[in-house]
Design a protein around this ligand. Structure first.
Ligand code: BEZ
Ligand code: FE
Length: 285
């Protein structure tokens, strides 16, 4: 017979996981149980408080659909997304750093030729974007695929506009044979993450603002290199010091310069991390 109390219940739950066949699942579940129980003991969690917590998680579930992911947002504002990025992207010095993916990437964005305007009707100050994609030894990554996305001058992504059913301010381009890329878009501005749901209430209750500094998202893929998911941030943007999702890295901040005609230009060179090459003879029969 089990006779459990606040001191021995943790071990009982850990014991119940003993026959988990997947060792990694067992490790993760055991650690989660230990930390959750320690958390409850540390704050002396009341039943009413835990019920509030369950109501909060339920509200996150109700808010989530194929366009809105409240749980990713929760992970982002708690710094958990950025922590997992940091834990899993320990690249050699010289490689471009990674940052959070965010919830606004769309699969199969339209493909554009170098020099095209990816704004496709999105409103904003025109901005010319250029740069190179290189490997760690400085070699050009010919044909690197750049998936780019950003918000408009209202701080909204196309998918957040109820009336817009086509891609705006997002697109896929290929670097040329020398690793160079260039395209036109609009100037990124600071924006608020969606905060009309339970995560927004949590931010408000904890005295936090919902803003992100101005940035442009990039996902860069090329055979033989690690996929890079990152942003380029606009120098002197508001909120560089208090990004609500903790995604800023100094190395990703660059100057977006105003041109005589009032448009902007931004240039950024990316460095990809080569994948370890397969040992000779691997896969040979
Ligand atoms: C974004 O940069 O698109 C983003 C990241 C985290 C939460 C919300 C938005
Ligand atoms: Fe963003």
């Amino acid at each position: 017979m089990q006779n459990l109390n606040a001191n021995n219940i943790t071990q009982a739950v850990l014991d119940s996981l003993a026959s988990t066949s997947d060792p990694r699942l067992k490790e993760i579940m055991s650690s989660l149980v230990r930390h959750l129980h320690d958390f409850a003991r540390e704050v002396n969690l009341t039943e009413a408080e835990w019920f509030k917590g369950i109501e909060f998680l339920t509200a996150c579930g109700h808010m989530t659909d194929d366009k809105r992911q409240e749980f990713i947002l929760l992970s982002d504002v708690l710094g958990l997304s950025m922590l997992t990025v940091a834990l899993n992207n320990d690249k050699p010095a010289g490689c471009t750093e990674a940052t959070v993916f965010g919830p606004f990437h769309v699969e199969s964005a339209p493909e554009y030729a170098l020099g095209d305007n990816i704004a496709n009707g999105a409103k904003g100050v025109p901005c010319h974007v250029s740069g190179t994609v290189r490997g760690l030894s400085g070699e050009p990554v010919a044909g690197a695929v750049l998936d780019v996305w950003q918000s408009d001058d209202e701080g909204l992504y196309d998918v957040q506009h109820p009336g817009i059913d086509h891609a705006q301010a997002r697109g896929v381009l290929r670097a040329d044979a020398t690793g160079r890329f260039h395209f036109r878009s609009i100037l990124a501005v600071p924006y608020q993450v969606p905060h009309d749901g339970p995560v927004g209430q949590m931010l408000e209750a904890t005295g936090r603002h919902p803003w992100r500094p101005a940035h442009l998202h990039f996902m860069i893929q090329a055979p033989g290199y690690e996929t890079l998911i990152t942003h380029v941030f606009r120098d002197r943007s508001a909120y560089l010091d208090s990004d609500v999702v903790f995604g800023v890295r100094e190395s990703l901040v660059c100057d977006w310069t105003e041109q005589p005609d009032g448009s902007y230009a931004m240039a950024f060179d990316f460095v990809l991390n080569p994948l370890p090459s397969a040992p000779k003879g691997a896969g040979a029969a």
